[in-house]
Design a protein around this ligand. Structure first.
Ligand code: 6PG
Length: 265
């Protein structure tokens, strides 16, 4: 059984998952702007959100429903590479979304990865977040309160750059940290759990059969032997929305009583 502020939505395929998430994105950001005149979004890296970013920026009915000039875009995590590097999350978001919106006045806050020292990169990004969220007054319980944090999930249950058995999982004060990931032999820049868990809404986008066993272990009824990082995403005062395609939910046997799991045709 999931916590009451956690829900699971299953869609037939990636196209349906993407369209529904794009509509949710427009809805959440528009509501935030009505309340605060501003919306703040932390984008996810990886390949899953590429189709979402493209749809948001190129499908006219969706694009025209997004209040672009009032949204501030940040990155939930970033690789320690230049912004034009193929592995850069900024580069992915720019190529799939931002560059299609040249006519819009966009507010983008990339991670300043120029410095060779990953800890300096993290400190600079944290300083930028602190300055922005202090100025806009969007801090609650000592942490920034994002309108929306978009996340993906690796087959090992990592999310953002919070990988299993890494130091960042134990961070309780910093907003951004340089996390050494042994299996990648590199530091990754990542927002921390207190920041992610302070969001109004967290959407975890997962597609593909390769993630089905991890999804089933996390959302199913078996005992969770492993403390998956994505399971440590537990919003303090917000909603956690799992958005899955059928392939990723393929091993998730839904109990009839599951009233928080919505299967969309
Ligand atoms: C990153 C992401 C990472 C990603 C997962 C899933 O920088 O890679 O933040 O957490 O969301 O690894 O990646 P895919 O969407 O490519 O499966």
């Amino acid at each position: 059984m999931q916590p009451t502020n956690e829900m699971v939505e299953v869609f037939p395929d990636v196209a349906a998952l993407t369209r529904a998430t794009a509509r949710r994105f427009a809805d959440i950001t528009s509501k935030a702007i009505t309340c605060h005149n501003i919306a703040t979004v932390a984008l996810s890296g990886g390949s899953t959100p590429r189709s979402l970013y493209t749809l948001l920026a190129t499908e006219p009915t969706i694009r025209d429903s997004v209040p672009w000039p009032s949204i501030h875009f940040f990155f939930g995590d970033e690789r320690h590479v230049p912004s034009d590097h193929p592995e850069s999350n900024f580069r992915v978001a720019n190529e799939t979304m931002f560059r299609h919106l040249a006519s819009q006045s966009l507010h983008i806050h990339p991670v300043p990865t120029e410095s060779a020292d990953a800890f300096e990169v993290a400190a600079k990004y944290e300083s930028e977040l602190r300055q922005f969220f202090t100025k806009t007054g969007l801090i609650e319980a000592g942490f920034p309160r994002f309108t929306l944090v978009l996340l993906g999930m690796g087959a090992d249950g990592h999310t953002a750059s919070l990988f299993p058995n890494t130091d960042a999982l134990r961070e309780t004060r910093s907003w951004v940290t340089a996390n050494w990931v042994e299996k990648l032999r590199t530091h990754r820049i990542t927002m921390t759990l207190p920041v992610i868990n302070n969001a109004v809404e967290i959407i975890v986008l997962v597609s593909g059969a390769d993630k089905a066993s991890t999804v089933a272990e996390i959302l199913g009824h078996g005992a969770n032997r492993v403390r998956y990082p994505v399971k440590m995403v537990q919003p303090r005062k917000g909603i956690k929305r799992w958005v899955l395609d059928k392939a990723a939910a393929g091993q998730l046997f839904l109990e009839p009583s599951e009233d928080q799991i919505h299967a969309h045709d």
